[in-house]
Design a protein around this ligand. Structure first.
Ligand code: SF4
Length: 314
């Protein structure tokens, strides 16, 4: 029996390090790598006991060809050679009759890491197939962030350990960002206050010092309400805004006057007093840290919402 290091094969940004115990050529245990800087020895439930998934008798081990009507569940196992030959013949027919753009690759990630995830792109480009912005999952969030930050990377999550105010915004950390708990715990030990903003009270909210329930799809209005109070009550860095921030004066003149605490309450459902208290805590914190999830981006205004929240640190 021996152990070796590996990497989680899923498409998750945590990119966890694994310690795999191998016995007789077979993985018998999968554990989090304690030396990995973000995993820190903890795996999420998807990967803990991954050896059971890998060796499950229910896994498909050959391609299957449908033999009955769709939905009837009738398949026969075939070899990879047969499957590849079959698919290639069908595609050649499609290309001959209708051209390569009649083929639309539609895939994303899930159980694929970044290399496998992009591995087929070259093939489909070469084929001349139709192109698709593959995912409807994360682009809104990415767009909103890039509009503000360009290609600057977000702050490393570990930096939150030095923060005195951590805001978990649209992020059910206990379910979807479990490794960040290490950083939150370290910050809490040093006295950090944790705020949680979400559309419903979940387990993560229960662990926070303050919870703000925002009406779904109105996180951007809340961000504008915070900006209004920060500006109104002199909690901004005026020199920084003047020198470094593009568009601040126009935002201040044209947009912010409308977002009074009362109007923010009307739009978001967050009581005006809480909007003010939150803005004051944020404006007065020494090193506030926003950990932004993805929930806020799952609306038609998702990119703009993310953009507004990303503006808050400035
Ligand atoms: S959190 Fe889970 S899915 Fe994500 S990289 Fe780590 S083990 Fe894999």
């Amino acid at each position: 029996m021996h152990t070796c290091t590996s990497v989680c094969p899923y498409d998750c940004p945590d990119a966890c390090g694994l310690i795999v115990t191998v016995d007789g050529g077979k993985a018998v245990r999968v554990a989090g790598d304690p030396a990995h800087p973000f995993t820190r020895g903890t795996l999420c439930p998807k990967m803990a006991h991954y050896e059971r998934t890998v060796h499950s008798p229910r896994r498909l081990t050959t391609p299957l060809r449908r033999t009955g009507p769709k939905g009837s569940g009738q398949f026969e196992p075939i070899s990879w050679d047969e499957a590849l030959t079959d698919i290639a013949a069908k595609w050649q027919k499609i290309i001959a009759e209708k051209g390569p753009q009649a083929i639309l690759p539609y895939s994303y990630a899930g159980t694929m890491g970044i290399v496998q995830h992009d591995a087929l792109h070259g093939f489909f480009y070469r084929l001349g197939a139709s192109e698709l912005d593959r995912t409807i999952c994360a682009p809104a969030k990415g767009r909103g962030f890039k509009d503000v930050m360009g290609s600057t990377l977000p702050t490393a999550p570990q930096a939150a350990q030095n923060s005195d105010m951590i805001i978990l915004w649209s992020l059910h950390m206990l379910a979807t960002d479990i490794h960040f708990q290490h950083d939150v715990a370290a910050a809490k030990k040093k006295g950090a206050v944790i705020w949680c903003i979400d559309t419903y009270r979940n387990r993560t909210a229960d662990t926070a010092d303050h919870f703000i329930a925002v009406r779904p799809g109105t996180d951007g209005a809340l961000a504008l309400g915070l900006m209004h109070v920060l500006d109104r009550d002199g909690l901004t860095d005026k020199a920084f805004l003047k020198e470094k921030v593009l568009g601040w004066e126009r935002l201040k003149e044209k947009i912010l006057p409308k977002y009074t605490p009362a109007e923010t309450e009307r739009l978001t459902g967050v009581p005006a007093a809480d909007v003010v208290a939150f803005a004051h805590a944020y404006g007065k914190a020494r090193a506030p840290f926003i950990r932004l999830g993805s929930g806020q981006s799952r609306y038609r205004n998702g990119a703009t919402t993310t953009r507004l929240i990303t503006c808050l640190p400035a």
